[in-house]
Write a protein that binds this ligand. Structure first.
Ligand code: UDP
Ligand code: MN
Length: 343
């Protein structure tokens, strides 16, 4: 079944009822009619709140601290001007220093409404220092506009082993869970910047692939099962699939394995519609990174490996530093940390 059909099936199942939402703004009363076709029809935690709209709310919309934040907010205007020029950490610290609502670790929550999702953003990292400030400069205002609660976890690989993006995500997931109560987790490459602020970083009934259209792939999905760059799962979904595989050392394959895991667990993947899923990538060179040639073999055994390699066989010792804008989790990864019989 095509991705499009799957998405339609999800949205057809969306809201059956007509829901009216009353919002008292400064001088007038709004009626917002809610009909089928909404992007996130049945988020886990959205059943108790029904403030969902088909169109973006007007500028003079009045928030209520007692009501859930809507998903289609006035300041989400669509196309973003993405600036990839280098900026220093000092400069962005300075820029965000005026925002006293940002707590250590970059933890922010909206005050004018109840966040619909509590989102942990995980960023796998090694030696891309110039990318991080650009990333925060771009993502913080976007997530604030989306009225999500969020914090950032940068999981930094130390040691001499090949880069292991998937294992870093597993470590980040476990640490984020110890840190706070999150219900949605975004797995985010440091060099991917969303070009559209209507690409809503909440979760849903199905795992989501956010980075559907990359500039470096001429804004075309490279293949139907592509699940790389930026993806998101609820905490429950991620636990159910036993996280990422730990055995992918070097570049490639771990995102395809995640796709397999998601489907073996009975989920489908949704993607943002149209231009919402456009991303700009910060140009980078592959500095001595190795391709993971064993990926094809491992991918053939995705199903057999799913419940013996993942969140459940991983032991590690992290070093944690809480910065003002993110939590840095550094960890020396080695194959022995995720013991598994040969596959
Ligand atoms: N990454 C990193 N350092 C590395 C390799 C990868 O920080 O040496 C992280 C970074 O978040 C990056 C992601 O892993 O965006 C994916 O790696 P890469 O950008 O090399 O993959 P590609 O863009 O070629 O798919
Ligand atoms: Mn990249």
């Amino acid at each position: 079944m095509s991705v499009l059909k799957r998405m339609m099936r999800v949205s057809n199942r969306s809201l059956l009822a007509f829901i009216f939402f009353f919002s008292l703004s400064s001088s007038c009363l709004y009626f917002v009619y809610v009909a089928p076709g909404i992007d996130y029809p049945e988020g886990n935690n959205s059943s108790d709140y029904l403030v969902q709209t088909t169109t973006y709310l007007p500028e003079n919309f009045t928030y209520s601290p007692y009501l859930p934040c809507p998903e289609k907010l006035p300041y989400m205007r669509g196309f973003l001007n993405v600036n990839v020029s280098e900026i220093s950490f000092d400069e962005i610290h300075q820029l965000f220093s005026k925002d006293l609502d940002i707590e250590p670790g970059g933890h922010w929550r909206p005050k004018d409404c109840k966040p619909r999702w509590k989102v942990a953003v995980l960023i796998p990292f090694r030696n891309r220092h110039e990318h991080l400030p650009i990333f925060f400069l771009h993502l913080i205002p976007m997530l604030q506009k989306q009225r999500l609660e969020f914090a950032f976890y940068v999981i930094e690989q130390t040691g001499t082993q090949p880069f292991n993006r998937a294992m870093l995500f597993n470590v980040g997931f476990k640490e984020a869970m110890k840190d706070s109560v999150w219900d949605c987790v975004i797995f985010h490459d440091v060099d991917h910047l969303p070009e559209n602020d209507r690409n809503y970083y909440g979760c849903g009934e199905m795992p989501r692939h956010f980075a559907a259209k990359l500039d470096k792939y001429m804004y075309i999905l490279p293949y139907k099962e592509f699940f790389g760059g930026v993806s998101g799962l609820t905490v429950e979904q991620f636990k159910k699939i036993n996280g990422f595989p730990n055995a992918f050392w070097g570049w490639g394959g771990e995102d395809d394995d995640l796709w397999n895991r998601v489907h073996y667990a009975g989920y489908n993947v949704t993607r943002p519609e149209g231009d919402l899923g456009k991303y700009k990538s910060i140009p980078h060179h592959h500095r001595g990174e190795v391709q993971f040639l064993g990926r094809y073999k491992l991918l053939r055994y995705s199903k057999e490996r799913q419940y013996i390699d993942g969140l459940n066989n991983l032991i590690y010792t992290p070093k944690i530093l809480v910065d003002r804008l993110y939590t840095n989790i550094s960890v020396n990864l080695m194959p022995e940390l995720a013991p598994i019989e040969e596959y």
